[in-house]
Design a protein around this ligand. Structure first.
Ligand code: MYA
Length: 415
């Protein structure tokens, strides 16, 4: 589900949800039971080895033809560099992608964001998969993958990062999603890649970890007006506005926007930092250039440069993901920043992130979201983030982990 703020930290909703999630362990998963993923029945079985669940098959044994779709539909490969196709994917997601539990908000990934997320330096066009209605040619479903190198403990594994699975609202519950997942799997196998990583708001067999979203109000009045958050107990609007007020400008000396010339230093800083987590991306300079160089209205990155040494000691970043506000007369979009990768070696992390909040406020974001991954716990409460009702489950395909990780052992942020 889309994360949503909730100032009432012990909300009944959250308790009901975690109860429902725990019940899902007893649910049957007709599709997922057939897949090489951690199965519920194996939970707690410490005799099973960590690593690939199934070995790779010879490429000649990978199915050569696409899976069958219901006869009214056909596969299409989406060229995201084409303006028209990118528009079609954008609109499908804008109208049919992830909503919060109460259907008040829906993710509205921008076209520039989708291009950034999907057209990575070494992407495969064949992994950007659409489904069209044969008669009207209307795009009715989508799933995508991009290549990624993910390290699990000491092993760097080539994976597909799967994202943007979406079936048009009118075609739901017809078992189209399993066909799409099998088709993307086949196309990933054709590139001799056998593992994948993905996140979802729903519980499936079996998360490697479950993270919680936290929200820092930047524009509390709007957040309350649109129902994203509630006025706290014994709080007035003016006290709430005062509580979340931030300085006009950043406080850390040497805090500035990342530039192309910083790519080598940021890569070193980030690689060193991510090496401490159990699961993390293995970034090289070209990854840092793509994923972390500022890209307007998509990703923002800042760093701290020492006054004399010019050494880069700290780094923070966030990506831009607005949500449509469904059925509100005065507001149409919620402008949200999502914490991405942050590294502190000299500036305390809370101070660094406070500067990130200040620039996000300057850029007119309404809310700053962060998961409890990496060292984020060390700044969330101090900087007045509140726990949301959104949970995000992380998964690996065809890779078994001995036992679930703590969110703080995870060094991976998926979009
Ligand atoms: S997460 C974002 C997912 N998108 C949305 O939530 C948008 C709104 N919802 C929809 O568009 C539809 O409800 C979707 C399901 C398309 C999600 N991940 O066709 P169905 C299983 C995986 O009748 P529909 C993201 O993008 C469900 O448990 N499986 O259902 C990452 C059931 O299986 P089982 C999911 O509602 C995606 C089956 O589908 C998800 O019409 C990672 C029902 O199919 C989900 N989010 O369509 C995909 N939701 O009976 C996996 C439901 O067994 C990638 N299901 O419980 C795996 C790695 C592949 C590559 C491997 C390479 C080696």
């Amino acid at each position: 589900a889309i994360p949503k703020g909730d100032t009432d930290t012990t909300s009944l909703e959250t308790m009901v949800r975690s109860f429902q999630d725990s019940m899902s362990v007893g649910k049957t998963h007709k599709f997922w039971e057939t897949q090489p993923v951690g199965q519920y029945k194996d939970l707690g079985d410490t005799t099973l080895p960590e690593g690939p669940i199934e070995p790779p098959t010879p490429l000649s044994e990978v199915k050569q033809e696409p899976y069958n779709l219901p006869s009214a539909y056909e596969w299409t490969t989406c060229d995201m560099e084409s303006e028209e196709t990118c528009d079609e994917v954008y609109l499908l997601l804008k109208n049919n992608y992830v909503e919060d539990d109460e259907n008040m908000f829906r993710f509205n990934y921008s076209k520039e964001f989708l291009r950034w997320a999907l057209c990575t330096p070494d992407y495969y066009k064949s992994w950007h998969i659409g489904v069209r209605a044969k008669s009207s040619k209307k795009l009715v479903a989508f799933i995508s993958g991009v290549p990624a190198r993910i390290r699990v403990r000491d092993n760097v594994v080539k994976m597909a990062g799967i994202n943007f699975l979406c079936v048009h609202k009118k075609l739901r519950s017809k078992r189209l999603a399993p066909v799409m997942i099998k088709e993307v799997t086949r196309r990933v196998h054709l590139e001799n890649i056998w593992q994948a990583s993905y996140t979802a708001g729903v519980v499936l067999p079996t998360p490697i970890t479950t993270c919680q979203y936290w929200h820092r109000s930047l524009n509390p009045k709007k957040l309350i007006d649109v129902g994203f958050s509630r006025l706290g107990a014994r709080m007035t609007m003016s006290r709430t506005i005062k509580l979340y007020k931030l300085p006009e400008s950043t406080v850390t000396p040497g805090f500035r926007k990342m530039e192309t010339r910083d790519v080598p230093a940021v890569t070193r800083l980030l690689r060193n930092y991510l090496s401490q987590f159990v699961v993390a991306p293995e970034f090289d300079q070209s990854d840092v250039e793509h994923w972390l160089l500022p890209n307007e209205n998509v990703v923002d990155s800042y760093l701290v440069e020492g006054p004399d040494s010019h050494e880069i000691t700290d780094f923070c970043s966030f990506y831009t993901l607005p949500s449509s506000i469904l059925g509100n007369q005065s507001y149409f979009t919620l402008k949200a920043a999502y914490s991405y990768y942050n590294v502190s070696t000299k500036t305390p992390l809370p101070q660094l992130m406070n500067d990130a909040l200040i620039v996000a406020k300057q850029k007119d974001f309404d809310v700053f979201n962060a998961l409890d991954v990496m060292h984020n716990e060390s700044f969330l409460r101090e900087l007045k983030f509140g726990p949301g009702d959104g949970q995000l489950h992380y998964y690996l395909y065809n890779y078994r982990i001995r036992s679930a990780l703590k969110p703080s052992e995870l060094g991976l942020v998926l979009l």
